[in-house]
Design a protein around this ligand. Structure first.
Ligand SMILES: [Zn+2]
Ligand SMILES: [Zn+2]
Length: 417
């Protein structure tokens, strides 16, 4: 199975530069089984990016997702209104939670969207949603055995364990040590796990003092449990909003002295179990982007946009700013704000003397500005900031192998004024 972290921050999103390496989105973890089954643990603000990624992956095919909620504090549900696959007809989502002591699951999930908290309620969502109350017995989801354990936390919380594809993964977040019943339960659940993702919001010192009773844990408790329970690898999770990248680097360094096989949870991290190794930390893309060198260079670009009919239409534009991971360009075409498109950047033959040199890649708009009348341009034009979507890094050799002739994208008819 493959585990991907989409949100790792505790309590509230922290979209601040100082947190950009570990990430500012609240908890959301995707688990993908070898047979393709999609399991989502918690629906914090990280869920939004997962939704966009799923739409890209599935295209017109229906999505079926099994969602497990640890509890209903804001930081674990606030991504739901922004999870686009929920709005799409044909998709099916099965929400599960354990022992909410009478709280109605549907209301707990959808209540955040009632008037006046959100402009539309969940009735506008085209997907089919089912809600399941579980007891403490394990359930089988397409071959994955999912079990749970109660955690010590205000309004209660549960940990989940997924056993599938010859591996085991445990998420135990929003938990405070000190209750013998709960301490025993979380240890039983974590026993022998290939990977444990555990709440390390506070320092051991904070947990002894000012933060005692707030419902969270520390890296020291995380490493203690990992050692006692024979856990193979550990990820420190639910970072405090006030703990920035530099602080967290220090926490990880200290914690590694107690349990070397650990990392701090970072947005975008992915691990394959069994066998995958968490040392391969992939940091948030925003951070990588800012580190990139930017070139202010105007080159012809061609945008290939997939129409509803499936046909690809192309339009011309001109780049303003280029980097390894993104581009800003101007185009008269309507570029979809939430969809992937093909981009081709052309170095003209006058410069190469060996024919047009074209770089093609798939991109996603992160910002579309309507610059009508701006910049002294006669025609309406969009300014589009987009990032490259290829996950594989290309080596210089591979770059050289990219097509060296201008593309075969069909040309879009020029727009009539
Ligand atoms: Zn939380
Ligand atoms: Zn909580």
């Amino acid at each position: 199975m493959r585990i991907k972290l989409w949100g790792v921050r505790g309590s509230t999103p922290t979209p601040e530069r100082r947190n950009s390496r570990y990430g500012g989105n609240t908890p959301c973890i995707e688990v993908r089984l070898e047979n393709g089954t999609l399991i989502v643990l918690d629906c914090g603000s990280g869920l939004r990016a997962l939704g966009k990624s799923l739409l890209r992956e599935f295209g017109e095919h229906p999505i079926r997702g099994y969602v497990f909620m640890t509890h209903f504090h804001w930081d674990h549900i606030q991504g739901i209104p922004f999870f686009l696959p929920l709005y799409k007809k044909g998709n099916i989502f099965l929400f599960h939670s354990v022992l909410r002591k009478g709280l109605e699951l549907r209301g707990a999930v959808e209540g955040q969207m009632v008037n006046p908290y959100f402009p539309v309620d969940m009735s506008v969502m085209g997907s089919v949603r089912h809600f399941f109350d579980l007891d403490e017995r394990p359930i089988d989801v397409n071959g994955a055995i999912i079990s749970s354990a109660p955690l010590y936390h205000p309004q209660e919380c549960v940990a989940y364990r997924v056993d599938a594809d010859g591996a085991s993964f445990v998420l135990a977040t929003d938990t405070e040590p000190g209750s013998p019943f709960h301490d025993r339960a979380v240890r039983e659940l974590a026993r022998g796990a290939d990977l444990l993702v555990y709440d390390a919001q506070y320092t051991p010192e904070q947990l002894q003092g000012e933060k005692k009773g707030w419902g969270h844990s520390s890296w020291l408790e995380a490493t203690t449990i990992a050692r006692e329970c024979g856990v193979k690898q550990l990820i420190l999770f639910h970072h405090d909003p006030d703990n920035d990248d530099v602080f967290l680097d220090g926490v990880v360094e200290k914690a590694r002295q107690e349990f070397p096989q650990l990392v701090g949870a970072a947005e975008g991290m992915e691990i394959n179990l069994p066998g995958g190794w968490i040392e391969q930390v992939k940091f948030a893309e925003g951070f990588e982007r800012r580190r990139d060198r930017r070139y202010r260079i105007q080159l012809p670009v061609r945008v290939g946009i997939k129409a509803a009919s499936g046909a690809v239409e192309s339009a011309d534009g001109v780049s303003q700013d280029l980097s390894r991971s993104g581009i800003y360009f101007l185009t008269p075409a309507e570029v979809p704000a939430d969809d992937a498109f093909e981009l081709e950047v052309v170095v003209p033959h006058e410069l190469t003397r060996h024919g047009d040199l074209a770089f093609r890649f798939t991109a996603e708009a992160v910002r579309v500005e309507h610059l009508n009348g701006a910049l002294g341009l006669p025609e309406p034009v969009q300014g589009v900031a987009a990032r490259r979507l290829e996950s594989e890094e290309k080596t210089p050799d591979q770059e050289a192998e990219m097509p060296t002739t201008a593309s075969t994208l069909p040309r879009r008819q020029p727009r009539k004024a």
